[in-house]
Each structure stands twice: as C-alpha cells, then as structure tokens.
Design a protein around this ligand. Structure first.
Ligand code: IMP
Ligand code: MG
Length: 182
C-alpha cells in the first residue's frame, strides 16, 4: 500500500490537531445552544466518515447518540460523483433533536444535500454539518458546511477513511496516489 502513495497532504499528527480543534468548536456551539444531552445526535455518513467520526467523538464530552446513514456517490473505481443515492435505513427520531451530520469530504455536495433534505423532513431543532475535507470548487463551497477540517485543491485523495475502489481507508494520513495505482 505504501508504494502507491504519491504525496502526503496531511499527516496523522496534523489531522489529530485539527480534529481536536473541530471537537472544541462543536462542543462550544452545543453548549451555547444549551442543547439537552438527550437531544444531540451525530449522523455519520458511511463508509468514508468512520475514521473521522471515531476520532471526533472522543473530543465531544457531551452525552450524545450516533445514528449512521449510508450513501453511495462514488461507486467502485469512479473518481467523480455519480449522484448520491441512499442505501439502507434512514435514521429515525430526529424531530426536535440537534443533529450533526459528519462526512469525510465535500466535493459535488450531492451527498450532504441529500442527507440534509432527508433529515430536514423530520423537523430537527438544528442541523449542522461537519466535514474533514472540502474541495476548493464551486459545488463544494456553495454547499452549507458548519465545520470544515481542511480546504484542499481539486485533487483525488485517499486515507483517513477515504477510499479508491474501497481500498486505502486504513491509511492514517491523507494522501494522493501515484497515477499507476489508479
Ligand atoms: P459529493 O457527494 O460529491 O460531495 O462527495 C462526497 C463523497 O464522495 C465522499 O463521502 C466520498 O466518499 C467521495 N469522494 C469525493 N471526493 C473524494 C476524493 O477525493 N477521494 C475519495 N473519495 C471522494
Ligand atoms: Mg467513497
């Protein structure tokens, strides 16, 4: 796997620092909103957010629930969005709750917009969105995101949960791949 890496964009150390800062910002806002602990729900989007959300929740001291949602937008070896579609169950009981959607990366925005609209129908008290990465492209910048780890150029990245053809999610750093690995 190592020899497929072209360059390291964000090291595990830099990621850890940033996740800690994001956790602090989210906690501050939850405290300011005086959110009832029974009302905080994180909605991680599978599969890309698994590593990020595992780290993030350990910087959130609030009592909270987690309710995952599964969306596909980059099936198989595709490197651009094929339009987001829901797979499996929709998280329930979100009415009146403070919902934080968590995803790995904001690209076309199709995924986040789909999840926001599904959740909005349940009339939560608030919906916020947290992504580890956001591409510096109009579709991503125009999509509502409350917390962003890093803004990156429009390059294809893997690691820290992000995949190519479902591989590389277990790389601890965020990296680009060598052309011959794609
Ligand atoms: P969007 O729906 O186009 O905003 O893309 C969101 C999803 O596409 C993410 O959750 C990822 O699964 C995938 N994705 C977008 N850009 C990349 C990338 O650079 N590397 C790996 N996956 C990506
Ligand atoms: Mg993916």
């Amino acid at each position: 796997m190592r020899r497929d890496i072209d360059s390291v964009l964000y090291s595990r150390e830099r990621i850890a620092e940033r996740v800690k800062e994001l956790g602090a910002a989210i906690s501050r806002d939850l405290e300011a909103a005086e959110a009832d602990p029974a009302e905080i729900v994180l909605v991680p989007i599978l599969t890309g957010s698994i590593v990020f959300v595992a780290d993030l929740i350990r910087h959130l001291p609030q009592k909270l629930r987690i309710s995952v949602i599964s969306v596909t937008s980059y099936p198989g070896k595709s490197m651009s969005s094929r339009g987001a579609s829901l797979r499996g169950a929709i998280p329930g009981n979100l009415g009146g709750r403070h919902v934080l959607i968590v995803d790995d990366i904001l690209d076309s925005g199709n995924t986040i917009r789909l999840v926001q609209s599904i959740i909005q129908e349940q009339e939560p008290a608030s919906i916020r969105t947290c992504v580890m990465l956001r591409k510096r492209i109009p579709s991503a910048l125009e999509t509502e995101a409350s917390y962003v780890g890093f803004d990156i150029d429009d390059v294809f990245v893997v690691g820290y949960g992000l995949d190519y053809d479902d591989y590389y999610r277990n790389l601890p750093d965020i990296v680009t791949l060598r052309p011959d690995a794609l």
